[in-house]
Design a protein around this ligand. Structure first.
Ligand code: PLZ
Length: 451
């Protein structure tokens, strides 16, 4: 291991400390104000308001400190106040907050594109476009694929999550809470079976066979030559941290190439060192035609991107892609600083180190707790799937109880999964070993106490 968290200095004390009766008075008062003015449809999983955050710790307004095992859903990989990011943002904002790249361009946008073209898989000629959110990147990847191929159909997978706006909602698999009553949905979206090793009817099925299953269905139901794009999360996020069987992604990508279908890897959640590589597709040497990125890209500032084959992206007419805020200069400065910190701290190495620290412990726990059906993941994108003891029946009640128990002890843990039964670990990659191990012990105790 070339780098440990000891090379990282923290501004806030990295220690879990919560009062027994939190939320405290200030959080309660803010919750009351919030209820009167913020729409009920926006829900928060933690009932305290944040005052400060650094490394692996979040401080609330009443003086409680929580271990952060969620990174604001895989965003603050370099921490929520990485000094390099904070410095770059301050420096940028003193000069200009916005001009609109489509009106008067600036260097930061170009510099981010250079970095993304360098870091994304493949040494082919690439082009990049910047946006604000992950969903916007996905929407634009599909736009480009349709224009470049002249085809309409888009293939997505079971358990997929791609966003909340209309097209991405159609691409997303799970009805509640993302789609129910929000239709009608965008047409020409087709859903295919995913490779989900733990839940396969035939546990022996290989990645190549699972790909064949999807490909046959595409050929029969749509026709390969009708398909503009296949979009897939190389490790599914919201759907349950599902790692497809080895060989699944390469087989799909190879078939797409053969049929002239644009292969889009949605790395919004899995990208930027999260899995111990710059991108999750790197683990199997898959080179996507277009890759979507957001979240970890800019240390918490809103920025997203698509990077892809130059011939695809340059097929779009001038003015066909853009948006008022896409590639905001302050967000670009943050992205350049975040990428710098990822390289300086070797956060790919840190993610692999986190996997080494956590995965063995999670597997030991699974061996003694029959409610743990599966332990999986890569790098610092790890998960525990909880079931009814002795079966594969999902156990969302236990999952909720475990997350609530952890929170009470001062550990923020997120859940996910089509069946709501997956505990996911997404710590900031700069978290100290001590804090991570403390958090894992709390999690183990929570599973034991509630099983
Ligand atoms: N693609 C793979 O994980 C966002 C969603 C949280 P935005 N995931 C967190 C929620 O409940 O809204 C995500 C993702 C993948 C696209 C997106 C969408 O990214 O930045 O939230 O638009």
């Amino acid at each position: 291991m070339t780098t440990t968290a000891h090379d990282i200095t923290y501004r806030l004390e990295q220690k879990r400390r919560v009062q027994a009766d939190f939320p405290g008075p200030k959080s309660l008062a803010l919750t009351a104000r919030r209820k009167a003015v913020v729409a009920a449809g926006v829900a928060s999983s933690v009932p305290v308001f944040v005052a400060d955050a650094d490394g692996g710790i979040i401080h609330d307004v009443d003086g409680n400190s929580f271990i952060d095992l969620g990174s604001g859903i895989a965003v603050t990989s370099v921490g929520a106040s990485d000094p390099a990011v904070v410095g770059a943002v301050k420096e940028a904002v003193e000069h200009f907050t916005h001009t609109c790249f489509m009106v008067t361009p600036y260097e930061g946008y170009v510099a981010v594109a250079e970095q993304l073209n360098r870091l994304t898989p493949g040494d082919h000629e690439k082009r990049t476009v910047l946006f604000n959110s992950g969903a916007e990147a996905v929407e634009n990847a599909v736009k480009v694929a349709r224009l470049a191929t002249g085809r309409d159909a888009v293939v997505a997978f079971d358990h997929a999550y791609h966003g909340r706006p209309n097209l991405t909602m159609a691409l997303t698999a799970k009805a509640m809470p993302y789609k129910t009553n929000f239709g009608p949905f965008a047409p020409e979206v087709y859903r295919m079976p995913m490779s989900y090793p733990y839940r396969e009817e035939n546990p022996e099925i290989t990645g190549a066979e699972a790909a064949k299953r999807a490909i046959t269905m595409i050929e029969k139901q749509i026709g390969g030559e009708q398909v503009a794009a296949i979009i897939i999360e190389p490790i599914q996020g919201e759907g349950g941290f599902i790692v497809p069987a080895e060989g699944f992604l390469p087989a799909l990508a190879a078939w797409a190439k053969d049929k002239g279908i644009v292969f889009i890897a949605d790395e919004v959640q899995s990208g930027f060192c999260r899995t111990g590589e710059w991108f999750a597709v790197d683990h199997e040497g898959v080179v996507p035609d277009i890759i979507t990125m957001a979240k970890g890209i800019a240390g918490g500032m809103p920025l997203s991107a698509i990077t892809g084959r130059a011939d695809l992206l340059d097929a779009v007419h001038p003015g066909g892609l853009g948006g008022t805020y896409g590639g905001n200069p302050v967000a670009c400065a943050a992205a350049l600083a975040s990428i710098g910190s990822m390289e300086r701290y070797d956060l790919n190495g840190r993610a692999r180190h986190i996997e080494q620290l956590a995965l063995g412990r999670m597997r030991d726990l699974a061996a003694e707790q029959s409610v743990i059906g599966d332990v999986r993941g890569r790098g610092a994108m790890l998960a525990i799937e909880l079931v009814q003891a002795g079966s594969k029946e999902p156990n969302p009640e236990l999952t909720k109880a475990v997350a609530a128990h952890c929170l009470k002890e001062g550990v923020i843990i997120l859940t996910c999964g089509t069946y709501g039964n997956v505990i996911r670990l997404l710590p900031p990659l700069v978290i100290s070993d001590e804090l991570l191990l403390d958090g894992l012990e709390v999690l183990a105790a929570a599973i034991k106490a509630n099983a």
